[in-house]
Design a protein around this ligand. Sequence first.
Ligand code: SAM
Length: 241
Amino acid sequence: MKYIRLILIKLLTWFFEFVYPIENKKVFSKNMKRAVNLYADGGFDGLFAKIRMWDAPYKEIEKMVPKKGIVVDLGSGDGLLSNYLAIESTQRKVIGFENNKERVKRAEKGLKNTIFKEADILNVDFPKAECFLLIHVFHHLSKKSDQKKLLLKIRKSIKGSLIVAEISEKPFLKFIFSVFTDFLIVPILFGEKLVDTNVHYRKDKEWRKLFTECGFEVKRVSFPHRGMPFSHVLYECRKSS
Ligand SMILES: C[S@@+](CC[C@H](N)C(=O)[O-])C[C@H]1O[C@@H](n2cnc3c(N)ncnc32)[C@H](O)[C@@H]1O
């Protein structure tokens, strides 16, 4: 397993250095660069931070997050988004919850307005917060039924908005590429296994139904993703009265 992971990392490094250099493909703002540079180790963490900043809709998410108050990043991974949000506004206090101990360690970059905690988001108590984030996390929960459980739990602690990034079933080819990544690449890089088929996507209609059933009003936020490989979709949810 260790060798397969090393080979994959070599291939990704080669691809993003020589075939498709990220710096030439997307303009990073000063603060995006500052966040990415926190991970610059000359190794895979640095490259992965660049890939994630390039590919994920972090810039769009940042615009949707309040500039002040408590922001809870659920399944915060390596903490790149949390750290970026904290850099963009020091009046935000960003709390990341993540159940992978190694990723929690990688997330801690010493920014005063961030805290990262190792925890299972289905069982930990949440603080009251202006904003909750679930960025590519719902489909990685162990059971599909946990998606509803988690939404009902968030509803009790939310003061403002819940921002969800998920994988969209359209465009089809981008969806297939996202499936390939979640089933094969993510488990090798982060899960110490070769394949993971325990991934729970939903179609747009099903997401909207789930959010509504759990007491949220939902708005789909569109953003430009021409030329990008994954089929991201963004939702902004607020408690319905
Ligand atoms: C695809 S990654 C996304 C990470 C991050 N949100 C980002 O934007 O890069 C999904 C993360 O959710 C975490 N995760 C999945 N289930 C979890 C749970 N029950 N409690 C805490 N974290 C969880 C995984 O360990 C992983 O780091």
